[in-house]
Design a protein around this ligand. Structure first.
Ligand code: NDP
Ligand code: GDP
Length: 337
């Protein structure tokens, strides 16, 4: 029986990956940091909370990482834990650098010391492309991060490559474009939209208040993307891969898809911070704009080219952005009382 360790097992991707690995017969261990009320909601929703072995783990604590790797040696180590929200990274830039950058070398160097044959996956991100230097973005596109989050992840990405090249470790970096699901954190724009629209569809009256609706993202389904992570670690040779759908969509169009899935007829009017949208069926205002949600530096366009993953891993995204918006809106609607 293969063993795997997942940092960030309580997060969106951690939960989907835990389920995938359990279904494949793995013994699954995961790192959970101490918070006032332990949260395994996502693992419970996928029905796997009782099947995983959870251990106290914090990215910022060197000796805790050392003991974890010494006491629970595994075949595959997936580093998914991070301060994962771009917006927060301007408020917590130093913590973000530590958790998303330095922690990667803490783990890699401990693996190098204690168990260098462990296969390692690093959760890199399309946010590293930032002010994009090429369209679409692929593994070779020059990086130009636009947030403290993106900058920290660039370090994690290059140190993963460097340990592969320096010590021959099987360390791979997945450059994943945005991927969402009904388990997505409520602060991310897709989930913020689907949750707010579901409340409106249930009779609520509060519009969703957003920032830049012109930004474009390449959104896929998280369930597809964890399959890609696993496939990377099954290769004889470690490498870096983009996972993306190859389709880009504005925030405004994502709102349209989610609203239509809930039976609304969204109509947008106005410009800039005066833009609004109403549901033509009910006349309710469903979208407002606030300066508060604009970022100090924006990533305007992301669109990925995952042809290397398709060729080498046989991986392809299976859920369209419309299907994703529908899945998330319906899940939020069904869950509301
Ligand atoms: P989530 O925010 O859902 O999960 C993040 C996880 O990291 C949570 O389990 C969280 O624990 C844990 N964590 C945060 N800080 C620490 C810490 N100091 N020590 C230990 N654990 C910690 O993120 P996703 O599942 O969406 O993303 C997984 C990874 O993929 C992240 O690294 C993210 O940056 C990256 N990524 C995500 C993309 C996406 O679109 N989803 C795109 C590209 C990359 P807790 O539950 O306690 O908060
Ligand atoms: P990111 O790509 O990892 O930053 O994912 P997010 O879901 O946080 O943001 C995606 C895009 O939506 C960014 O361009 C944001 O500027 C934009 N956006 C517009 N309004 C909002 C909002 O209210 N919340 C968030 N999170 N993003 C918003």
């Amino acid at each position: 029986m293969k063993k795997a360790f997942i940092t960030g097992i309580t997060g969106q991707d951690g939960a989907y990956l835990a389920k995938l690995l359990l279904d494949k017969g793995y013994e699954v261990h995961g790192g959970v940091r101490r918070i006032s009320q332990p949260e395994t909601v996502r693992l419970e929703k996928l029905g796997v909370a009782k099947d995983v072995h959870l251990h106290e783990f914090d990215l910022t604590e060197m000796n805790n990482i050392f003991r974890t790797i010494r006491d629970y040696p595994v075949d595959e180590f997936y580093n998914l834990a991070a301060q994962s929200f771009v917006g927060t990274s301007w408020e917590l830039p130093i913590y973000t650098a530590d958790a998303d950058g330095m922690a990667v070398v803490r783990i890699l160097d401990t693996l190098r010391t204690l168990k260098p044959d462990t296969r390692f996956y690093q959760a890199s991100t399309s946010e590293m492309f930032g002010l994009v230097q090429e369209v679409p973005q692929r593994e070779t596109t020059r990086l130009y991060p636009r947030s403290p989050y993106g900058v920290a992840k660039v370090y994690g990405h290059y140190i993963t490559m460097n340990y592969r090249e320096s010590f021959g470790m099987h360390s791979s970096s997945g450059i994943l474009f945005n991927h969402e699901s009904p388990l997505r954190g409520k602060e991310f724009v897709t989930r913020k939209i689907t949750l707010a629209l579901a409340k409106l569809a249930k009779g609520g009256s509060d519009p969703v208040v957003l920032g830049n609706l012109d930004a474009k993202r390449d959104w896929g389904f998280a369930g597809d993307y964890v399959e890609g992570m696993w496939r990377m670690l099954q290769q004889d040779v470690a490498d870096d891969y983009v996972l993306a759908t190859g389709v880009t969509t504005t925030i405004r169009d994502f709102i349209r898809f989610a609203a239509e899935a809930l039976g609304m007829e969204p109509v947008f009017s106005g410009e800039g911070i005066h833009e609004t949208a109403i549901d033509a069926k009910t006349g309710k205002r469903i979208v407002e704009i606030s300066e508060k949600f604009f970022r100090p530096a924006e990533v305007e366009l992301l669109i990925g080219d995952a042809s290397k993953a398709e060729q080498n891993l046989g991986w392809k995204a299976t859920v369209s952005v419309q299907g994703l918006a529908q899945m998330m809106a319906k899940a939020d609607y069904d869950e509301l009382a």
